[in-house]
Design a protein around this ligand. Structure first.
Ligand code: PMP
Length: 378
């Protein structure tokens, strides 16, 4: 069988060849420890890290000292939220019920420490509106709000800039998980949150590297203790080659962003072809007027989902939710939008990239029409 075509870029991306080339020297030529301040090998590694830090800071209009390297968005989210709240007396915090598990599980943990957590309910289209946030704030009590910029299953965009302004007004620290927004949206058109998490492997860097942008004046309590790297907030020898890769990915973001209009056309085409072919049987999830162009989320109403992915071996798509070897779990995001469990399970998430071609889309559309057709006639 030809290798399957990949339509799961929201899950992870291949390493960009330009990124790969930039990181190669840092495996065995420039291999020093960035913390070895006594010799040339260490200085070279340190310079490479600082250059990457600057590349990333520039993207956020921030100072280099505001960029902290982690192993990925999961760690960034944990560090941002727990690291900020660690020494505070438990009070009130806000998040939403459609966050990634790397945020939701952190808030569940906070509950066990005595924090009162409000889990905001999204609109039926999967957004957290400014009004929903405003109404949940308990003046003087709410210490932190964490809301994702773009939902990883639906692609819907939250109004992060006005929420950032609202938080400033109330003196609340605002964290966003921007993992699915970076490289898909121009993020600079307003106030930025105090803490911004992101991950390398969603933007064509390798897995195992991510970062956190920290507003000046905020000190996070380290969750990893050791040599005191990253201004005492995250100990551990820096992964120089990964960091160099991440810096290059940020330089490359305009290249990826420039393709978004093309992806929007693909997104519309797939949705139009499928919904007109299977009239009344499919439901598009999310807000089609307010989302990133590379994510499509479609529920196949009332089909048998058990074998859904097994009958489509030539394409790699997901249903956006966690699964283990035995049991597919219904997406907590779709359940929060009010789907029945069976329909949440019979949902497809298709995600595209600047690497996606017109031939890929033609293939995908024909293949889905054939396979979904078989499911409905079974
Ligand atoms: N947040 C969001 C919104 C994500 O999509 C992901 C990856 N699926 C993560 C966090 C976790 O990122 P990482 O794999 O870098 O830990």
């Amino acid at each position: 069988m030809d290798s399957p075509r990949y339509f799961d870029y929201a899950s992870t991306t291949p390493v960009d060849p330009v990124v790969l080339e930039s990181m190669m020297p840092y495996f065995s030529e420039v291999f020093g420890n960035a913390g070895s301040g006594q010799h040339y090998f260490g200085w070279q590694a340190h310079d490479a890290v600082e250059q990457a830090r600057k590349q990333i800071a520039t993207y956020f209009n921030a100072h280099s000292s505001q960029v902290l390297f982690t192993s990925g968005a999961t760690e960034s989210n944990n560090l941002a939220i727990i690291g900020f709240l660690a020494k505070l007396t438990p009070a009130h915090v806000i998040t939403s019920s459609i966050e990634h598990k790397a945020v939701l599980e952190v808030f569940k943990h906070l509950e066990t420490l005595g924090w009162e957590v409000t889990y905001l309910k999204p609109t039926a289209q999967g957004e957290i509106s400014l009004d929903i946030v405003r109404e949940a704030i308990l003046p003087g009590q709410t210490k932190l709000i964490s809301l994702m910029w773009v939902n990883n299953e639906l692609g819907t965009i939250n109004p992060i800039h006005p929420i950032a302004d609202l938080c400033v007004k109330h003196g609340i620290v605002f964290h966003t998980d921007a993992t699915q927004a970076i490289g898909k949206l121009a993020i600079h058109q307003g106030s930025l949150p105090d803490l911004i998490s992101f991950s390398g492997h969603k933007i064509y860097s390798p897995k195992g590297i991510g970062g956190l942008i920290i507003k000046k004046g905020i000190q996070l309590h380290a969750q990893l203790l050791g040599g005191g790297q990253e201004r005492n907030m995250r100990s551990g020898t820096l992964a120089v080659q990964q960091i160099v890769a991440l810096g290059t990915s940020f330089l490359r973001l305009p290249v990826y962003l420039a393709q978004m209009d093309r992806l929007k056309i693909f997104q519309k085409s797939i949705e139009h072809r499928l919904t007109t072919h299977f009239l009344g049987k499919l439901q598009l999830n999310g807000n089609t007027l307010n989302r990133v162009p590379h994510i499509i989320n479609i529920t196949l109403m009332d089909v048998d989902w058990e074998n859904m992915f097994r009958v489509m071996p030539k394409i790699a798509i997901s249903n956006g939710s966690a699964c283990n070897a035995r049991k597919q779990l219904a997406s907590h995001v779709l359940m929060a939008l009010g789907h029945r469990e069976a329909n949440a399970l019979s949902t497809l998430r298709i995600s595209l990239s600047h690497l996606t071609t017109e031939a890929d889309i033609n293939f995908l559309e024909e293949y889905l029409i054939e396979k979904i057709g078989l499911m409905y006639s079974a």
